[in-house]
Design a protein around this ligand. Structure first.
Ligand code: SF4
Length: 685
């Protein structure tokens, strides 16, 4: 740990909540965390931190923390020793292998776990089990970013560093509410605007940044692709494109131009509800800026056509020549979870190896095989929704869920629960007895982000160190140690005995990470990837002279707008959008057990005064929300932040049943759920 002259001794680490990656100094006394302070020299946070990072460490000492392994006996989970739990896991895995072969086993790795843990999980699945059935929860949030950005530019990552984005003279913020979900980034974006940058906000809700925007576009949920095509239409029609860039460095302009003829502002206004004049104003702001930048969130990805949304948003940067040049700061997803970028970077994906080599590519497999010394399966594995489907049909016979409460956070929660019940072996690594853990056969108690060693990669691709401030409680162990222990119980070894060794090994098969090491991060604080050489700084800009596509060009997409999967009707007249709030994080398992519960104690349903009047709902009173898939109970909050005809709630309180409302629709390319569009009715109760 590091110390500062005017502060108490502290352990320096990286926040384990959102993907901003704030550097925090964790003060302890008597083996307990007493304060969490934002580091003044933190490369991303620059002395700031939000209410999540600062005040939600109370969960560490919650009496509900799991401190011993649990094993299901006679229908009940009972505490047992590690040896017995691991023996049961190993026997169950061997039985699944004997019954169904390697592809009868799957693991859901964790975007909350460290890079080194994710690296080890996918290595275990690929080399010990012999399957590519490993995925992580980016499937549920930013898998369309991975697919879309890779198709448009060649790599799965934001195109520019946030320090550059902050220098932009025009920010286009789409489908994101950084003031609440990524508060430190929200503050930095606001700082840019107060210094004079233009701001276009595109979001159905009046999110925090909207009041500072030059123009706020409020598309109907599910109409993003039409909106982006409308903006692109204006860029083309008004000559606001970079012709030299399009000629020299892009491809697909003819097809896109043909498509965009069908998206004049008037027609786009009909589809999206955004006035044509606002669309033109927004396109001019973006098109006439010197260095525009796009920042976006889950409002772009969590749709039936989320990958098309990412690609048609990327079209704007390509048309404008504002990516991979000095004339703009590209296209940048705001990652939700602390290490959602890193979990994917490390290859915890069914089709991609560490560093994004494709499992179907013999050259990429050979590189991994040279390091691992065993053959790597060449058939892509199951994605998370496919794992549940395979469990229901009996094809999947063992599932290891690491740090994800899939019963609470995945769509169509009833179906997920049925899948777990049908699977002969469910192993769950968890901090608490979550809904998923309650259905598991074996529950393994693990360390949290404040109790372990490793690295995270934040939303703008910076590797940063994670260090233990306190030991894990009772017999809980880090996921890193647990994966090693399960491998040992199977009679196998995984090498790389320490997190530092695991990252070093990953760098040997993924050249983009070869220059990063724990030692270097301890000296320098943060290193962005790509970083191929320990002696050189990493690249904050992902592309300069070439894109990483096969032809080196940026690829324009010409996908037409297609409607969302869910539609309101007389029975379900409102559209529900789910998202994040300021004080809580994801399923809330950590933040609801800390001080933040007093800030945001109940799950609120935001609805417009007109709708409240229409459905006789009163502010502060309980309401029932029903969809075609399920029902939830919340407390009404009436206000104009949410447009009439729409309602909004968070996913931080799974007990209210919100994820029982959402449909089974998912992005046609990546299976990312359509969380942002669900038809519902509200009943005062
Ligand atoms: Fe920073 Fe995000 Fe943590 Fe808040 S939750 S302190 S913005 S990393």
């Amino acid at each position: 740990g590091t110390t500062s002259a005017h502060r108490p001794p502290a352990t320096r680490t990286t926040c384990g909540y959102c993907g901003v990656g704030c550097t925090l100094d964790v003060v302890t006394a008597g083996g307990e965390v007493t304060a969490v302070l934002p580091a003044r020299d933190g490369p991303v946070n620059q002395g700031h931190a939000c209410v999540k990072g600062r005040f939600t460490h109370g969960f560490l000492t919650s009496p509900e923390r799991l401190t011993r392994p649990l094993l299901r006996r006679g229908g009940r989970l009972e505490p047992v020793g590690w040896e017995e739990a691991l023996g049961h896991v190993a026997r169950g895995l061997r039985a699944a292998l004997a019954d169904g072969g390697p592809d009868a086993v799957a693991a859901i790795s964790s975007a909350r776990a460290t890079n080194e843990e994710n690296y080890l999980v996918q290595k275990f699945m690929r080399t010990v089990i012999g399957t590519n059935n490993v995925d992580n929860c980016s499937r549920l949030c930013h898998s369309p970013s991975a697919a879309g950005l890779t198709a448009s530019f060649g790599l799965s990552g934001g195109t520019d560093g946030f320090d550059d984005v902050e220098r932009s003279d025009c920010l286009l913020v789409v489908g994101a509410n950084p003031v609440e979900a990524h508060p430190v980034v929200g503050a930095r974006l606001l700082r840019s605007v107060l210094r004079g940058a233009g701001l276009v906000v595109a979001d159905p809700r009046a999110v925090g940044l909207a009041e500072h925007a030059d123009v706020h576009l409020r598309p109907r949920p599910g109409t993003n692709v039409a909106l982006f095509h409308g903006l692109a239409h204006v860029l083309l029609a008004e000559g606001l494109t970079d012709e030299e860039f399009l000629r020299e460095r892009a491809t697909g302009l003819d097809r896109l131009t043909e498509l965009l003829a069908d998206y004049p502002p008037d027609r786009v206004a009909d589809i999206t509800g955004v006035p044509a004049a606002d669309l033109v104003t927004a396109a001019r702001l973006y098109g006439e800026a010197e260095c525009p930048a796009i920042v976006y969130g889950l409002g772009v990805t969590e749709h039936l056509h989320g990958t098309d949304g990412v690609r048609s948003l990327a079209n704007l940067a390509i048309l404008r020549g504002a990516v991979g040049t000095g004339r703009g700061y590209g296209v940048n997803p705001l990652r939700g979870q602390n290490n959602v970028q890193g979990a994917s970077d490390m290859g915890a994906l069914p089709d991609l190896l560490p560093g994004y080599g494709r499992v179907v590519d013999p050259t990429a497999r050979a590189r991994a095989e040279a390091v691992w010394g065993v053959p790597v399966p060449g058939r892509p594995g199951l994605r998370i929704p496919e794992m549940f489907a395979a469990a229901r049909t009996g094809e999947l016979r063992a599932l290891w869920v690491i740090g994800e409460d899939v019963c609470a956070t995945d769509p169509d929660a009833n179906e997920v629960a049925a899948a777990l019940d049908a699977c002969p072996l469910v192993v769950c690594s968890e901090l608490f007895l979550s809904e998923t853990a309650r259905r598991a056969d074996v529950v393994l108690p693990v360390a949290s982000w404040l109790e372990k060693d490793g690295t995270f990669v934040n939303f703008d691709r910076r590797f940063q160190r994670v260090r233990p401030a306190v030991p894990p409680p009772g017999e809980a162990r880090s996921d890193f140690d647990v994966v090693h222990a399960v491998a040992s119980a199977m009679g196998a070894g995984l090498g790389c005995p320490t997190p530092a060794a695991a990252l070093a090994e990953c760098g040997r098969l993924a050249p983009a990470f070869a220059g990063v090491s724990h030692d270097r991060l301890d000296r320098e604080g943060a290193v962005p990837w790509p970083c191929r050489d320990p002696g050189r700084p990493g690249e904050t800009k992902l592309y300069r002279d070439r894109f990483a596509t096969a032809d080196g060009r940026a690829h324009l997409s010409a996908a037409p707008y297609l409607p969302p999967g869910e539609h309101p009707d007389d029975d379900y007249p409102l559209i529900l959008v789910t998202g994040r709030r300021w004080a809580h994080y994801n399923s809330g398992s950590m933040t609801r057990r800390g001080a933040n519960i007093v800030l945001d104690p109940v799950d609120l349903l935001d609805l417009h005064p007109d709708d409240a009047h229409r459905y006789a709902v009163r502010d502060g009173e309980p309401v029932t929300l029903e969809s075609r898939h399920g029902r939830a109970r919340l407390v009404a909050r009436i206000g104009e932040q949410t447009a009439s005809g729409q309602v909004f709630c968070s996913f931080h309180f799974p007990a209210s049943g919100v994820n029982r409302l959402t449909s089974g629709h998912a992005d046609t390319v990546t299976s990312c759920p359509e969380y942002k569009v669900t038809a519902v009715r509200v009943i005062a109760s």
